[in-house]
Design a protein around this ligand. Structure first.
Ligand code: ASP
Length: 467
């Protein structure tokens, strides 16, 4: 007999079915035993009657999270037992045969209830169990649907999905790098990408014109609710575009995607506000445009922030980029940039997408001109040799007929936090880290064996020399 998924049971009313799933809740009412069974598609109530003697014996033995296989008849529930609005609220399975596929230890927390208040350490140690809970199942599926819809939209617009390397050279996104020692090159290290920024620009030199990637970005950040070491971004780059082209494209993608997922957007087209006005009006470049009522209704309030200053001062008084060293100054600021003058007033063609108080994306039109890129690095205090060392490969590539280009990256986790109302990125990632940077389930970071250290040409002081 073929297995029926729980979401399809209502089509089988009156028929015999075979279902497989985990015991969500078991209620023993003496003569009747009720089991709520859960598979990847939902839950259903089963009743085991006393006349099915063997099934009753098994139902007696099973406990939450045991995986069982059940044969039974799909019955319509009596009128007064119907639970309106609940999945399978109008049916139940009368179980005739139950067999155990896989027993379960008593789980460390109850999976049929919301796990949000379970201690983080236990939840992440047993993340594979936590993932069975209704909320985590829902969040991961919403994430999958969001990404799928964005991907479909971009394919429709003739974008090509291209992967870029993970073992690479440092690319500046204003965070620290995670590095990987090279066994073959003693004393040398790869950096994991803080973003695919340089590769996606090189793909424009490579003639693709429209690129996207569901890209992993890895940054050694101070961990917060909306920041982890790893996040995923919908990374986009396109040639021959203006700032407006990118904003319109992304806006349309988001509107199509989130509305088709049943969400309401507060204002369309998304309001556009300059950085200066945002700072004056909201005191920050990310802000929440929702009223209390909007919040209750789960409304999404998007806005674009544009016209950012290119540079900001570091603690030691030098200039650094405010968002992205590869971005293009506004046309009217190019002369100042090339001359290294009036630096605080140089504006860039950078844009951020804000949603419900989060920065949920950012990008820019890039400087595809060698002289502009060199001038940016000079303002940031680099000698010609230092610039060459850092971005020589970009300067070289840009000598070969480089199209003007620009792009954006949208944070997947932050988008899903907005769609689900979660306030931590850990709730929308499958295997997130603890706040202390420890992996869930697995035990990393951990020490290497002496043999591995030798092979990698590394010595460690185990933190003894930390100041
Ligand atoms: N590389 C930028 C980031 O990761 C996005 C972009 O400018 O396209 O935030």
């Amino acid at each position: 007999m073929e297995r029926t998924h729980i979401e399809n049971l209502s089509e089988s009313a009156g028929k015999e079915v075979l279902v497989k799933g985990w015991v969500n809740i078991r209620r023993d009412h003496g003569k009747l035993i009720f089991i709520d069974l859960r598979d990847a598609t939902g839950t259903v109530q089963m009743v085991v009657l006393p006349n099915h003697i063997d099934a009753q014996k098994q139902a007696d033995a099973v406990r939450p999270e045991w995986l069982i296989e059940v044969k039974g008849i799909v019955n319509k529930r009596p009128e007064k037992m119907v639970k309106e609005g609940e999945q399978n609220g109008n049916i139940e399975i009368e179980a005739t045969e139950i067999s155990v596929i896989s027993e379960s230890e008593n789980p460390p927390f109850t999976l049929s209830e919301n796990t949000i208040d379970v201690g983080e350490e236990v939840r992440l140690k047993y993340r594979y169990l936590d993932l069975r809970s209704e909320r985590m199942q829902k969040n991961m599926r919403i994430r999958s649907e969001f990404v799928q819809k964005c991907r479909e939209y971009l394919f429709k617009k003739k974008f090509t999905e291209i992967e870029t390397p993970l073992l690479t050279e440092s690319t500046p996104e204003g965070s620290r790098d995670f590095v990987v020692p090279s066994r073959l090159n003693p004393g040398k290290f790869y950096a994991l990408p803080q973003s695919p920024q340089q590769y996606k620009q090189l793909l424009m030199v490579g003639g693709f014109e429209r690129y996207f990637q569901i890209a992993r970005a890895i940054r050694d950040e101070d961990l917060r609710g909306d920041r982890g070491f790893e996040h995923t971004q919908i990374d986009i780059e396109s040639s021959f575009v203006t700032q407006n082209d990118i904003l319109n494209l992304v806006e349309e993608m988001i509107i199509e995607t989130v509305e088709s997922m049943g969400h309401t957007i507060k204002e369309k087209p998304f309001p556009r506000i300059s950085y200066k006005d945002a700072m004056e009006k909201y005191g920050a470049d990310k802000f929440d445009l929702r009223t209390e009522e909007d919040k209750e209704k789960g409304i999404l309030a998007y806005a674009w922030v544009v016209d950012f200053p290119f540079f900001e001062k570091t603690k030691d008084g030098k200039w650094t980029f405010s968002h992205n060293p590869f971005s293009m100054p506004k046309d009217e600021c190019i002369a100042d940039l090339l001359a290294g003058e009036n630096i605080e007033n140089i504006m860039t063609q950078q844009y951020d997408l804000v949603c419900n108080g989060f920065e949920s994306g950012g990008g820019s039109i890039r400087s595809h001109r060698v002289d502009i890129l060199k001038a940016v690095y000079k303002i940031m205090g680099n000698s010609e040799e230092e610039t060459e060392d850092k971005i020589g490969h970009m300067l070289e590539a840009f000598k070969y007929g480089t199209p003007p280009h620009g792009g954006i990256a949208l944070g997947v986790e932050r988008s899903i936090m907005n769609l689900t109302g979660e306030d931590s990125l850990r709730e929308v990632q499958s295997f997130p880290m603890t706040r202390g940077g420890q992996t869930s389930v697995m035990n990393a970071p951990k020490e290497l064996t002496p043999e591995q250290l030798i092979e990698l040409h590394l010595k460690t002081d185990h933190g003894k020399n930390n100041k």
